[in-house]
Design a protein around this ligand. Structure first.
Ligand SMILES: Nc1nc2c(c(=O)[nH]1)N[C@H]1C(S)=C(S)[C@@H](COP(=O)(O)O)O[C@H]1N2
Ligand SMILES: [Mo]
Length: 324
């Protein structure tokens, strides 16, 4: 097995400072070009890597972000047919098969709780709130598989600063739509609905935390959490709640759906951590979707999913075995 250290895949710490970005325009353009090249290579290598013209969702104009990995994106087909979205069933193929019943217009996201300016955002307003970026992120599911996904969105911090959190806002809760009529999976009691996730305020404000409206250059497919979701690349995938209707700022750590259903297996933080096993399996390695097969290479899982340089300081002084 190839043990990968920090490499050209990872954005340099300097690249997460906007000021440096401006001072370093040429490096930015080079990185953007590299990102584009990877994308094309993936398209060629995997045939159906990019969305078919018939896939139906709107194109989104986005600038490449230097916070993107240059790893090859998982094919569009795998990104949109191998999903977890329990509101549409628990099999990986269920969301692609059944999410067609989700109505994504009209759609509003209520932002409330400990904020000076609580308000609802219409989805078309969210699409224009800040410049859209393409962020190619490594994503790691707690089940032991990973993908590389070219998301489109902007930092959640852009929305957060507009609502002005009060001094009491310590955590942010993300609530998914729960409508039995549109979501057949709600008939199952596999989770307590609605699906709720949460972050500490500083995690929610982190530049990597993406308010996500699209992938592969087009509006989010329903199975990936249309019309708006959160993406937190250094945490297990279940922290990235889909099809959000409410974002609530609160003082106390929110109770989240997975923590409620199995508290010893799924903690609030759920940072990707190869050293802390799930009670029923190791988290030391992962299987990259699209590399499946007889001679499949297992990859080493990286601390914070490879984003340690950017996020480790959020957890200074915490025992990540206890706060799993
Ligand atoms: N509302 C909701 N959000 C959800 C889930 C879910 O079942 N319901 N599954 C999570 C899990 S376990 C993963 S791995 C990711 C998968 O996102 P993707 O299908 O877009 O790759 O979504 C997360 N967000
Ligand atoms: Mo997951």
């Amino acid at each position: 097995m190839l043990l990968r250290c920090r490499s050209a895949n990872d954005p340099r710490p300097s690249e997460i400072t906007p000021r440096v970005l401006h001072e370093n325009r040429r490096a930015v353009l080079k990185a953007a070009a590299a990102g584009f090249a990877t994308w094309s290579a993936a398209a060629i290598a995997q045939g159906a890597a990019t969305p078919a013209a018939s896939s139906g969702t709107a194109r989104l104009e986005a600038r490449s972000s230097t916070l993107s990995t240059i790893e090859r994106p998982t094919s569009y087909k795998d990104v949109t047919t191998y999903n977890n979205f329990y509101e549409f069933g628990t099999d990986k193929e269920d969301p692609a098969a059944y999410a067609g019943s989700l109505r994504v217009r009209p759609w509003t996201v209520a932002v409330e709780g400990e904020v000076a300016r609580p308000r609802a955002f219409d989805i078309d307003e969210l699409l224009k709130l800040a410049p859209l970026e393409e962020r190619i992120y490594r994503m790691r599911c707690v089940e032991g598989w990973s993908m590389v996904i070219p998301w489109v969105g902007y930092p959640l911090a852009e929305l957060i600063r507009r609502v002005e959190p009060t001094g009491n806002a310590k955590y942010v809760e993300f609530v998914t739509l729960a409508d039995r009529e549109q979501m057949p999976g709600l008939r199952s009691s596999v989770l307590a609905w609605p699906y709720v996730e949460g972050l500490r305020l500083d995690e929610a404000m982190h530049v990597l935390t993406l308010l996500t409206l699209g992938l592969y250059g087009q509006a989010l497919p329903r199975q990936n959490g249309a019309p708006v979701r959160i993406v937190v690349p250094w945490k297990y995938g279940f922290k990235s709640g889909k099809s959000l209707v409410k974002i609530r700022f609160v003082e106390k750590q929110p109770m989240t759906s997975w923590h409620r259903s199995a508290p010893h297996e799924y903690g609030f933080y759920s940072n990707v951590n190869p050293q802390v096993s799930h009670p029923r399996w190791s988290q030391a390695t992962e299987r990259r979707i699209g590399e499946d097969g007889f001679l499949q290479r297992k990859r080493a899982t990286l601390m914070f999913n490879g984003y340690a340089e950017q996020v480790a300081s959020l957890y200074t002084g915490m025992d990540l075995r206890k706060e799993y």
